[in-house]
Design a binder for this molecule. Structure first.
Ligand SMILES: Cc1cc2nc3c(=O)[nH]c(=O)nc-3n(C[C@H](O)[C@H](O)[C@H](O)COP(=O)(O)OP(=O)(O)OC[C@H]3O[C@@H](n4cnc5c(N)ncnc54)[C@H](O)[C@@H]3O)c2cc1C
Length: 384
């Protein structure tokens, strides 16, 4: 698939990632999903390809590619398997980005080599049992003591936290109280080898069963005060700005998933004969395919524009929220129609569309639910 708006390097990257995904991931995706296995081997291969440092500057060991390149890579992974796309998206957008964007030189030099050539994944710790959409309700605390932060509490539903490849986490914690009475929230980098740091995998998931999702708890975890990211009290600012970037990658997952579901529908509707005709020749099915292709094209244009804005260093938060909202809901419609075209065959585990149908569902919840995204967009429109 050639896109006339992409340059040669983008096209080449798309072809490379597609070839890798079809050769290495596609044959294993069903088994990893069925057995709920996070593959260190595939993750290692994705590290080797540069996909887990794609958007980071070369100065810090990254590939130095633009946002669009990163998004194309995630799109191509999600076209085949949402789990591998999730591992890559979470590490780049939520793991590396806040350190690259807000870290001091010393923090970048200490942490980024581990997350690039060191092949360790880094997690993003915002969500807690009582702080989901309402992330200002964070209960994890970090108290300054003898030149250290002493952290107590825990995070839940965290991507890339519990496998052997996880290196640690960026944590939002309460570090005090503002004069307004509101919690003072700050962000701290925590290495997994610190005593009192404990993780646990969450196995029984509906979707992304080949990705690592888990819980982490902190019991008197002591990290140096220099591990504070940005300034004290900058927690919400850093975490919410990080989510703006993250939403582009969730949108890319929706786009790739929809593209894969559409291609499966087209193939099945061509091969399946009923009433002596391929089912795609029934007008209702051809219109479904036409609607899918149109919605995918629209989503791609919206997402690529948001990437372009980010690369131009222009504000992109509104467009990222729109792209994430539209693409995740579009992916639901496309995967649903694709499954319908597959008939009973689409409901069977042996058919990847069944996995795609489950993997889509997280996209309307993670990194801002559709309800919260509508709030975010309304605020960008000046509605309070
Ligand atoms: C597989 C997976 C991976 C994840 N990875 C990470 C990660 O790496 N790091 C991380 O920090 N988190 C992660 N999350 C958590 C995810 O970001 C949260 O689930 C999400 O932010 C929503 O929070 P919640 O589930 O607590 O829902 P809640 O906030 O409890 O919302 C429940 C419902 O209420 C609605 N609602 C809430 N507030 C409002 C409101 N003001 N107006 C209207 N409706 C509202 C929501 O839209 C939703 O429909 C992950 C989750 C999953 C499932």
């Amino acid at each position: 698939m050639k896109d006339p708006l992409l340059n040669h390097k983008h096209q080449q990257l798309r072809e490379e990632v597609r070839e890798f995904a079809e050769r290495e991931i596609q044959p294993r995706a069903a088994e990893l999903d069925e057995k709920s296995i996070f593959s260190t081997e595939l993750t290692g291969q994705m590290f080797d390809m540069g996909l887990l440092r794609i958007n980071l500057s070369e100065k810090y060991g990254g590939m130095g590619l633009d946002t669009l390149s990163y998004i194309i890579a995630v799109e191509e992974l999600a076209r085949v398997d949402g789990s591998q796309a999730a591992t890559v998206a979470a590490h780049n957008s939520l793991g590396i980005a806040p350190i690259a964007n807000y870290g001091t030189e010393a923090q970048k030099e200490h942490f980024l080599p581990m997350l690039t050539t060191g092949k360790k994944l880094w997690a993003f710790g915002l969500t807690e049992p009582n702080a989901g959409s309402d992330s200002n309700n964070t209960e994890t605390t970090a108290t300054p003591e003898d030149g250290k932060w002493v952290i107590n509490g825990g995070k839940i539903y965290i991507t890339n936290i519990s496998s052997v490849m996880s290196g640690g986490i960026t944590v939002q914690a309460v570090t005090g109280e503002r004069s307004s009475g509101m919690k003072e929230l700050s962000v701290i980098l925590v290495d997994r080898d610190t005593p009192g740091y404990k993780t646990e995998i969450i196995q029984s998931k509906m979707m992304w069963r080949g990705a690592d999702t888990g819980r982490v708890s902190f019991t008197n975890v002591k990290v140096p005060q220099e591990n504070l990211l940005g300034g004290r009290g900058m927690g919400s600012k850093i975490m919410l700005a990080t989510l703006d970037g993250g939403r582009l990658s969730i949108a890319a997952m929706g786009l790739g998933l929809a593209q894969g579901a559409y291609e499966m529908a087209m193939q099945y509707a061509t091969d399946r004969v009923q009433f002596r005709k391929p089912i795609r020749s029934f007008q209702i099915n051809s219109f479904k395919l036409a609607d899918m292709a149109t919605k995918i094209e629209l989503a791609r244009n919206l997402l690529y524009k948001a990437c372009w804005l980010k690369d131009q260093k222009l504000p992109f938060g509104k467009e990222a929220a729109m792209a994430k909202l539209y693409t995740s809901e579009m992916a639901r419609e496309v995967v649903n129609q694709s499954l319908q075209i597959h008939g009973a065959h689409g409901l069977m585990k042996e058919n990847p569309i069944e996995r795609f149908y489950r993997d889509q569902r997280i996209l309307e919840i993670g990194e801002g639910t559709s309800e919260i995204l509508r709030l975010v967009i309304a605020r960008h429109l000046g509605i309070r």
